[in-house]
Design a protein around this ligand. Structure first.
Ligand code: SF4
Length: 323
């Protein structure tokens, strides 16, 4: 006789407004322009979503050079550097920009501060595609200093006479970022902050929810792909609360043996993981255990973003259209 399993679902969890918009943009672009539709980079960091879109006729590319001249290309939710837009223009590509508006906000801040002569310290993860895009909005290029830890603050090579501002990747841990910002303020007392936090509402809400969830269960499962930054933060935050936590892409990675001895299980999902993956995990668990499911109290998100004009009014899509 297997032990009953009480499952607590985090709230909020899963898709954010930026991911919803990016996927809807690709689907709409596919309906208007047909296959093959080129998308630069994974439109959102989720293996299942990417595979599903690929089956529908989307061709994911790493560089614009892989796209024949004159074709339509969708840019991913993570945003791109200015020179990617310039390259698209040079190749006469018709651009649909699915960059999340909250990433665009960070791009505009970096551009504005660097134009005014500030050195910008960007807090983010080296090599992450969003960070690459954000760094590419400095005007002139090269005025952005990337750090990812408190330890790196001391070694920042910034002229003491230069004013300093900071910006952050949108999906960082709120608490770790606060420590880095405190260290920056200590070294640069006149440090300028973004007018509104760069860490987005969706990251913040999901982090707060998983922190509460981790206090109530023996194990937290976080559904999301390995390259999803916000998913990885959720795992780390649950673990920092002293709870066992692991990331899975979906039910296929969940052997029932993983849950031996577990009677209370928390489940959440990163901002790029669709709800149907969570439902599949629940269905899988129900085959092995007698489960009860409840959802924790939490924030009801109402944020939505309009689709880019290039899919709302396809006639506006000329070579390299504005978002
Ligand atoms: S996680 Fe935040 S910044 Fe990223 S797409 Fe979602 S809402 Fe936009």
């Amino acid at each position: 006789m297997t032990q009953p399993l009480r499952i607590v679902l985090a709230k909020p969890r899963g898709f954010c407004a930026g991911v919803d918009r990016a996927i809807a943009t690709v689907r709409q672009a596919l309906a208007i322009h047909g296959a093959p539709l080129y998308v630069r980079h994974e439109v959102v960091h989720n293996r299942h979503v990417v595979q599903q879109l690929a089956r529908a006729g989307v061709v994911f590319v790493d560089t614009l050079q892989e796209i024949p001249q004159g074709q339509v290309v969708v840019l991913s939710a993570h945003g791109v550097a200015r020179d990617v837009h310039e390259e698209a223009r040079a190749r006469h590509l018709r651009v649909i920009d699915a960059t999340c508006p909250l990433v665009t906000k960070v791009h505009l801040e970096v551009a504005s501060y660097t134009r005014k002569g500030f050195a910008v310290v960007l807090i983010g993860h080296r090599g992450h595609v969003e960070v690459q895009g954000t760094m590419g909005h400095a005007e002139p290029p090269g005025q952005v200093h990337l750090i990812s830890s408190v330890a790196e603050v001391a070694s920042l090579a910034i002229d003491p006479a230069q004013p300093v501002a900071y910006a952050t990747q949108t999906t960082l841990s709120v608490s770790e970022t606060a420590m880095i910002v405190a260290a920056l303020r200590h070294r640069f007392p006149q440090l300028r902050a973004p007018r509104r936090d760069d860490i987005c509402y969706a990251s913040e809400n999901r982090q707060q929810a998983v922190r509460l969830l981790a206090k109530q269960v023996q194990l937290v499962l976080v559904i999301g792909s390995v390259n999803s930054s916000n998913t990885q933060r959720l795992v780390e935050i649950a673990q920092a609360e002293g709870c066992a936590a692991r990331r899975i892409d979906g039910a296929e990675e969940l052997a029932c043996a993983d849950l031996q001895g577990i009677t209370t299980l928390g489940i959440t999902a990163g901002a790029s993981a669709p709800e149907n993956l969570l439902q599949a995990v629940l269905a899988y668990l129900a085959r092995w255990r007698s489960i009860t499911i409840c959802e924790m109290d939490g924030i009801t998100e109402t944020m939505t973003f309009a689709l880019p004009r290039a899919v709302r009014s396809p006639e506006s899509l000329c070579s390299h259209a504005a978002p």
